[in-house]
Every structure is written in structure tokens, then in C-alpha cells.
Design a protein around this ligand. Structure first.
Ligand code: GDP
Ligand code: MG
Length: 163
């Protein structure tokens, strides 16, 4: 089996939209409503001639923020164990949330290549808003739009470098 890349992050940041774009096959369930039970989805992708398996994490069950947080942490720990690289997705529309900070804390401790993807940067007006994600302590971030694809090339260029 080739390299494994996991996409982690709290619900509704756009993980499945990004996943679907990359695997060019609609396998993951995309849902605008928080709290729907979602599974882990696997797909194959390639970029610059490098093949990799992509994991779209989800599997959150409806519940309090507390339950969400535990589920997300579990997915992040799984990803740290099994993936060769991790894409940590956040949402420029909502800005930094407590759950983002939680995930960032786990990832900072792990010795795993991590790519911070600030999603929903659909236009240049939103570029400036992304700077607040420096506060997560993960260094440089990639601004992307999973809906229109902008910025995803730069992210993938950097990603496959470490695979
Ligand atoms: P997930 O829960 O992290 O897998 O998020 P989804 O992929 O299900 O997306 C949640 C919502 O955000 C959906 O309504 C998507 O259409 C929307 N969304 C995803 N990516 C983008 C983006 O790049 N820009 C905008 N404006 N909305 C997006
Ligand atoms: Mg999803």
C-alpha cells in the first residue's frame, strides 16, 4: 500500500468537499448540517505522478460539543497513527474555534507532517482573514477553496513532497 493522507478537522469545515474533489468520485457524504453520523471514507488520488490513499474522517454522532470533541480527538489520534501526512482543515468563515485549538494541540505534539488548510477562501477578500490561524502554532498555512479549487494545487505540491 502506498502513502496515506488523512484529512482531519471539526465538522463542516469542508473536508468531504475537498476529498470528493480529489478523488473525483463522490463517495463521502457531504452535509451542511452538523451532527449527522458520518463514516470514514477512503479514496485513491494522485498528484504530480505520486499516488496516495486519502482518508476523509468523520463518523461524528450527534451530541454535545463535548461528544464532538472526543470523536474528533479520536480521529486525529487515528490519523497520527496510520497516516504518513495529515491535512488539518479549518474554516475561514468561522475563524479559530476551541475545537480547532484542541486538534492543533494534538498535532503539535505529534511527529507527523501536518498541512494546515484554511478552507472557504473563495476570493481574495478572505485572504486577510486567514492570518488568525497562525495562532494555532502550526506555522505556515495554505489558503484553499474546496468549492472552486483555488489554492489546492499549492497545498498538494507541498503535500506530495513529503510522501
Ligand atoms: P465536512 O463536515 O468537514 O466534511 O464538511 P463538508 O465538506 O460536508 O462541507 C460543509 C459545508 O461547507 C457544505 O455546505 C459545503 O458546501 C461547504 N463548503 C465546503 N468547502 C467550501 C468552500 O471552499 N467554500 C465555501 N464557501 N463553502 C464550502
Ligand atoms: Mg464530511
Amino acid at each position: 500500500m502506498g502513502a496515506i493522507v488523512a484529512i482531519v478537522g471539526r465538522p463542516n469545515v469542508g473536508k468531504s468537499t475537498f476529498f470528493n474533489r480529489l478523488i473525483q468520485r463522490r463517495e463521502a457524504i457531504v452535509d451542511a448540517v452538523s451532527g449527522v453520523t458520518r463514516d470514514r471514507h477512503y479514496g485513491k488520488s494522485d498528484w504530480n505522478g505520486k499516488e496516495f490513499s486519502l482518508i476523509d474522517t468523520g463518523g461524528y454522532v450527534v451530541g454535545s460539543d463535548d461528544v464532538f470533541e472526543k470523536e474528533i480527538d479520536k480521529q486525529v489520534e487515528l490519523a497520527i497513527d496510520e497516516a504518513d501526512a495529515i491535512i488539518f482543515m479549518v474554516d475561514v468563515e468561522s475563524g479559530v474555534t476551541g475545537m480547532d485549538e484542541d486538534v492543533a494541540k494534538l498535532l503539535r505534539r505529534a511527529d507527523k507532517p501536518t498541512f494546515l488548510a484554511v478552507n472557504k477562501v473563495d476570493n481574495n477578500k478572505r485572504l486577510a482573514d486567514a492570518v488568525e490561524f497562525y495562532s494555532l502554532g502550526l506555522g505556515e498555512y495554505y489558503t484553499i477553496s474546496s468549492i472552486n479549487g483555488s489554492g489546492t494545487g499549492d497545498l498538494l505540491d507541498a503535500l506530495v513532497e513529503v510522501l
